[in-house]
Structure formats: structure tokens, C-alpha cells
Design a protein around this ligand. Sequence first.
Ligand SMILES: NC(=O)c1ccc[n+]([C@@H]2O[C@H](COP(=O)([O-])OP(=O)(O)OC[C@H]3O[C@@H](n4cnc5c(N)ncnc54)[C@H](O)[C@@H]3O)[C@@H](O)[C@H]2O)c1
Length: 385
Amino acid sequence: MFRYTCLNPIAQVGLNGFDDTYEKTEALADADAVLVRSAKMHEMELPEKLCAIARAGAGVNNIPLEKCADQGIVVFNTPGANANGVKELVFAGMLLAARDIIGGANWVQSQDGNADVAAATEKEKKKFAGSELQGKKLGIIGLGAIGVKVANTAIHLGMDVYGYDPYISVDAAWNLSREIHHINDVDEIYRQCDYITIHVPLLDSTKKMINADAIAKMKDHVVILNFARDLLVDEEAVVDAIEAGKVHRYVSDFPNPTIVGKKGVIVTPHLGASTVESEDNCAVMAVKELRNFLENGTIKNSVNYPACDPGVCESISRIAICHRNVKGMIRRFTDILSDTNIHNMSNASKGDYAYTLLDLDSRVPEEMLSKIEEIEEVLRVRVVK
Ligand SMILES: NC(=O)c1ccc[n+]([C@@H]2O[C@H](COP(=O)([O-])OP(=O)(O)OC[C@H]3O[C@@H](n4cnc5c(N)ncnc54)[C@H](O)[C@@H]3O)[C@@H](O)[C@H]2O)c1
């Protein structure tokens, strides 16, 4: 029987993924696994029993990743689970930029009490007219979980889609429509596209990626969309470019003093992943990750330990070892287990930490497990089966 605790409310559809071999507990001290959204865990004392934390969402800055890794606690997140929610908002952003829907709707609201509103509408509506997305060129920088969805949907809207991602994953490439132009030089996106949307992670290398130089290369009246992170864009340069008539609209999901209230800027209050479905998807994915780890030792989508997926154990026993990424560890494990046949072995590392799964043809005696635990660089030993 495994016990889990929820540090925040987690969507029931996700919790339904636990079967009767799992029990919910209110006490962190009793838990093998934790589900969390925004609860701050940095100051929390993490019990010895705890071996996994799943964050239902992408960001993990509320979790002390290194402290967890040092205690052999594997931390998971749920990348891509909210991609559809973000994708839909990107298209809302494009439509808001293409037509003055906000201005038009605000004008209608201001007509409260006007008995001639219908006639006034026919006179005023030309002020709010715009253009269509069909036939326009859309440039997508970053073809990950969100970028690929945006690209494929834009094809269905009749847009001409240009995608740039020098590090595209094999999965993403498989999922991408063949109709998308694969661009090797981001400048081509800047030169060609009417709409440019950015979907890359915030890294030193991507910070202010869209800057004054990039904007200078863009077409006049370009629309820039940013549903990734505000620091990816030099927003002062964007505000200047709107003033100069170069950029038509800047649509962002990240309010800050540089852009709020500025001409030509449309800002939503970080709504990308704020949908019922995104929260459900994150919870479902987080529970699957926990179960796969607790029951099989599989690590998928961890932020502090490497991915490791040898499948379901077909042998008599499987042991999982979280340890430091230093040389000679495998030899030390196999020396201790020299009387046992190792049927299958998986080992992977990520930064300073490593993970080894050993499938054995017999049960491991307690004293052997203790010997492995005694190795200074070993952080946790768990009998999975
Ligand atoms: N608005 C929101 O609420 C919201 C919600 C979820 C995610 N996000 C943001 O969206 C971003 C993208 O999310 P995702 O789930 O698609 O991430 P992802 O990791 O699946 O995809 C990111 C892609 O960017 C690519 N990339 C990295 N550096 C690049 C570069 N220099 N040029 C071009 N491509 C580059 C990577 O190869 C990867 O394919 C996240 O980093 C996150 O900040 C925002």
C-alpha cells in the first residue's frame, strides 16, 4: 500500500488514477509521494519515507530540487499538459490583434441606454474593422509542446506557417504537419512573417531574443505574440516600435509596468494554462508519473533525476538506487550483488545525480541492501519489486 498526500487541491480526475493500492493521507510524515501545485516546499521538513514529488504544472521553483535530490526524492513536473490551453489563447491573441474586437466590444458596452444602438452600430463599425488570419504568414519560434500545436492549428485556419527550432525533439518533429516550412535561420521568420509567436524556454541564450535588431528586420505592421515569458522580448524596444508604427500589436500573457497601458499592447493576466482542462491534464499526468515511479521505478519528466524507463520488471526483484554521479558506482553495486544474477540493468545520470535500476533473478537479502545503503554516495535504495 502506497500513501500520498496533496499539498494543494488536485483535480479529482487525476486522483481517480490511483487504485485501491493507494491511500490518501493528510500527514506529510506518512507519505511516500506528494502532489503539489503552488505550495512552497523550501522550508518544509521532508520525511525520510518520502520518495517522490509531482508538481501538477510546469514550473518547479516552489520545490527545493537539490535538497530533494540529496535525499533521494525524485521530483516530477508535467510539461506539455497545458499546451492546448496556451495554444487556444494564442489564437485568441491573434484574433484580438487582427480585428479591434476589444475596442468594438467596449464601444458597444458604452452604448447602454442608447435606443438607436443598432443604427449607431452600422455607422461606427468601420472604426473597428480588421483583417483575417487566412493567407497570412505565421512565424513560430520554438516547436515544442505548444509551438507544434499552434503550427498545426494555424494550417487548418489557412495560414502559411514558418517554424524555427534548431533543437526540435524527434517527437515534436513527428507531430508537425508537413505543410509547415522548416526554417533554419530565424531572420527568415523576421523578414517574411505577418504574425510572429515565441514558444521557447527562458534561458540565458533566449533572453531578449526578440530585440530592437530583430524588430528592425521584421515587416512593417507585424504582430508579435508572447505567451512564453516576458523576458524573452525586449519590451521597451517593442513599445518604441509600436510608437514608430513598425509593430502593429504586441500581445502578451505577462503584465508588467513596461507594457501595461501602452498603445498597441494587448495583455492578458497569465491566463495561458488557466483552464479546467489544463488543470485536469496536469493532475492526470502527475498521478501517472508517480504511479509509474512507485510501481516500476520508471522516471519520466523528472527535473532533478535522469529519465530511466526499462519497462515493467519481468524478473523476481527490482531495486532502484538514487546516487551521486561519480565513477565506479556500478562496479560497487555489482560487487555487493556478486552472488546474484543481474538480469537487466539501467543507469542514467543528470548533472550531479544518477539513478540505477537493477533487475535480479532472486530476492535481495537485507544485508546486501544495507551494504549498498552504506556507500557514501548512495542517497536512497528502494525495493521496487
Ligand atoms: N502562458 C502560460 O501560461 C504558459 C503555460 C505553459 C508554458 N508557458 C511557456 O511556454 C514556453 C514553451 O512551453 P512548451 O511546453 O512548448 O515547452 P517545450 O519545452 O515543449 O518547447 C520549447 C521548445 O523551444 C525550443 N527552443 C529552445 N531554445 C530555442 C531557440 N533558441 N530557438 C528556437 N527554439 C528553441 C526547444 O527545442 C523546444 O522544442 C515555456 O518555456 C513556458 O515558459 C507559458
